[in-house]
Ligand binder design. Structure first.
Ligand SMILES: [Zn+2]
Ligand SMILES: [Zn+2]
Length: 123
């Protein structure tokens, strides 16, 4: 085996064991906005314009293993660590709850509106 193909192989297996980071463009099912990948390196998991997401991850953010594919409704926003906003979602299909950090370009008016909403109970 050449040094080059060995290198490629180790590169592949490394990718597999790393935490998954999918940062892809998508069209929002809720408002039709064409969402660009986020520039700052975090996973883009919701629409910056209407804040709706999609239930695509099962356990790990970015694993894309969920078969649900229901829409995630933004239900509340709270301040997380270091004053980063955290958005609470609820899947309108299977009712699962999700939390994700807000992205820099999320609609600020919507975020402020949702900080006034009661947080979903953690039952
Ligand atoms: Zn949207
Ligand atoms: Zn779901």
């Amino acid at each position: 085996m050449s040094a080059r193909s060995r290198e490629e192989r180790s590169h592949l297996s490394q990718n597999r064991s790393n935490p998954i980071r999918i940062n892809e463009a998508f069209v929002c099912h809720q408002c039709g906005f064409s969402v660009e990948p986020v520039a700052s390196g975090t996973c883009r998991d919701h629409c910056p314009r209407c804040l709706w997401g999609q239930h695509v991850d099962r356990e790990t953010p970015g694993d894309r293993l969920s078969a649900c594919r229901g829409e995630l409704e933004p239900v509340a926003v709270e301040y997380g660590s270091a004053d980063r906003l955290v958005i609470h979602f609820r899947c309108i299909r299977c009712r699962v709850r999700r939390r994700n950090r807000a992205a820099r370009d999320d609609d600020p008016d919507l975020l402020v509106e949702l900080t006034g909403c009661p947080l979903p109970r953690s039952d």
